[in-house]
Design a protein around this ligand. Structure first.
Ligand code: 5GP
Ligand code: MG
Length: 167
């Protein structure tokens, strides 16, 4: 494993992201965080906001292969809150093919969200299979399998403090 992004760089960039989000999206939104991968990022992001914010979680999984989603999304755990009429900041760990966020975005629209912006820590742009771009992006990353800071490798490695590339 090779260190790609250190803990220090992550935390510094997340502080900047929080400012970008406040400038662009204001302070009045619900954070919807995708389990499990985004929980560490979400914890640091929300603590970088200098205003109160509510958080809810959704857990979706893709059918089939574990390392690549294939456009079929199953809701394992749905939101607890009613989001009808709310502004939502949708937060995920990594934007890869785009299937997950495109589908969750559509689900949040169906639930009546007034406005949705998306924030991802990592963006593997060259892997995109559906046209989906996030509004706020921490880092663009190369097409490597990444672990740490919430991202797992067969459920291991989520507690690593930096982001590592598995070779
Ligand atoms: P997408 O639907 O955009 O292909 O998939 C996004 C999801 O795939 C992420 O939330 C994450 O769970 C998983 N994923 C994509 N790339 C990686 C990676 O490099 N490492 C890990 N651990 N998960 C990844
Ligand atoms: Mg995920």
């Amino acid at each position: 494993m090779e260190l790609l992004i250190s803990e220090e760089k992550l935390l510094q960039r997340i502080k900047e992201l929080a400012r970008e989000i406040e400038e662009d999206f204001g302070r009045d939104f619900l954070v919807v965080s995708l389990l499990k991968g985004a929980f560490v990022f979400t914890a640091d992001l929300i603590r970088s906001f200098n205003f109160p914010v509510q958080v809810d979680f959704m857990w979706v999984s893709s059918y089939g292969s574990s390392q690549e989603s294939q456009g079929h999304i199953k809701v394992v755990k749905d939101l607890e809150r009613d989001i009808d009429g709310l502004k939502v900041l949708l937060v995920d760990d990594i934007l890869d093919t785009g299937y997950t966020l495109a589908e969750v975005y559509r689900l949040l629209q169906l639930k009546g969200a007034k406005e949705i912006k998306t924030c991802v820590l990592l963006d593997k742009r060259e892997r995109r299979k559906v046209p989906f771009e996030a509004d706020f992006i921490g880092f663009e990353v190369p097409n490597l399998f990444l672990v740490g800071y919430g991202l797992d490798w067969d459920e291991e490695g989520r507690n690593l403090r930096g982001i590592y590339a598995v070779h």
